[in-house]
Design a binder for this molecule. Structure first.
Ligand code: NAI
Ligand code: MG
Length: 365
């Protein structure tokens, strides 16, 4: 049995509480299935800053680069609000994304049957929803230069952010979208704003060309990103895979997230390019939520987002598709049984804490 190397970066706030539940699953898989997971631990975010003045150390970066996959909890909190910009907790996550070249951020929006009633949309709009938003993660306006605030000297300042995309960046994210669509319902909708942005014009052009050259069997459509936002809340089931840039993807995936209930339910994966020799991708898996300082340390955080992120890890990093399916079914089964953490609690359901929710999922798995 080949060993499978995982780096665990629990981070701050509820990150460690959620990660504790994934550790239970890893142990169960090693024991019951001989899965051969080997784990290392590292610090990221505010806790790393407290330990050594950086949001992630070089040593932990090296561990991340050597791991088959990284599981990331959450970073940040009011304690670190005054930390210098370069060392702020988020810098650890941005460094990981950049150095591991995690250009493809996968954010599924799946509506668990037991939770359709608690969506902010009508149950019939979200029941059975299963869409995948793919956000470009290493380019665009979050990284483009110049990125400055200049004092104009007349009592005014000027802030500049720059959206930059090269052909290869659009080609590779489009490739991920088309390939994953083939494993699903074979539909991709690409979103940009070519009506007002040059990067949107190029995005549209390159996605269209990539489709024509390599993926003509996949159904492709284009939508302006603002219209896409409307369509996501009007009739989300029209979509299968949505592919879009870093900024629009950030917003649209948050919109899609809320279709399915709580932040505490939402996993994500960030993938790099396949290695030329082995085909293995660098990858980081994390819940969509942050460190939730308002509930940290109380044992009430919902661990499902973190556990579902681990399911994505099984699926995309280790090809353990049957196990990933089983883990997702275990989550659904526990919800069907009426177990709820406080963030998803409704009338007649049984409130459980973080640890009890994790235990119940491990037991069903
Ligand atoms: P947040 O996601 O931490 O919390 C938003 C609200 O959702 C809070 O009321 C929180 O209690 C609740 N919530 C989030 N996850 C939950 C879970 N698993 N179970 C139950 N309830 C949950 O976002 P917020 O409050 O905007 O940010 C808090 C801190 O987290 C900030 O320092 C922020 O910078 C950081 N953050 C970090 C992220 C990351 O590590 N990737 C992402 C987003 C925010
Ligand atoms: Mg966001």
């Amino acid at each position: 049995m080949a060993s499978r190397k995982l780096l665990l970066l629990p981070g701050d706030g509820i990150g460690p509480e959620a990660m504790a539940e994934v550790r239970k699953l890893i142990a169960a898989m090693n024991e019951r299935l001989g899965a051969g997971f080997e784990t290392e631990e590292g610090l990221v975010g505010g806790c790393a800053y407290d330990a050594h003045g950086q949001a992630i150390s070089e040593e932990d970066m090296a561990k991340a680069m050597a791991a088959d996959a990284v599981l990331f909890g959450a970073v940040g909190g009011p304690k670190w609000d005054a930390v210098p910009y370069e060392a702020r907790p988020e810098a650890g996550l941005l460094r990981l994304r950049k150095d591991m070249e995690l250009f493809a951020n996968l954010r599924p929006a799946i509506c668990y049957p037991a939770l359709a009633q608690s969506s902010s949309l009508k149950p019939e709009v979200v029941e059975g929803l299963d869409i995948l938003i793919i956000r470009e993660l290493t380019g665009g306006v979050y990284f483009g230069e110049p990125k400055t605030i200049t004092d104009l000297g007349n009592g005014q300042k000027r802030a500049i952010d720059t959206q930059v995309y090269d052909t290869f960046e659009i080609e590779r994210i489009a490739g991920v979208a088309f390939e994953l669509a083939r494993t699903r319902r074979n539909k991709v909708c690409s979103m940009e704003k070519r009506n007002v942005m040059k990067s949107g014009v190029l995005w549209n052009e390159v996605v269209t060309a990539t489709h024509k050259a390599k993926y003509p069997d996949v159904e492709l459509s284009h939508m302006l990103a603002d219209a896409g936002g409307m369509q996501l809340v009007r009739w989300p089931k029209q979509f299968d895979v949505i592919v879009t840039d870093n900024l629009f993807g950030d917003m649209l995936s948050d919109v899609a997230a809320m279709l399915t209930g709580s932040l505490g339910m939402l996993p994500s994966a960030s993938l790099g390019a396949p290695d030329a020799k082995t085909g293995a991708r660098k990858a980081l898996y994390e819940p969509v939520h942050g460190s939730a300082p308002d509930i940290a340390g109380k044992g009430i955080a919902n661990p499902i987002a973190m556990i579902a992120s681990f399911a994505m890890c099984l699926r995309y990093s280790f090809g353990l598709v049957a196990e990933a399916d089983r883990l997702e079914k275990a989550i659904a089964a526990v919800l069907d049984d009426g177990l709820r953490t406080r963030d998803i609690l409704s009338d007649g359901m049984t409130e459980v804490g973080t640890g009890a929710m994790g235990d119940a999922i491990v037991e069903k798995f």
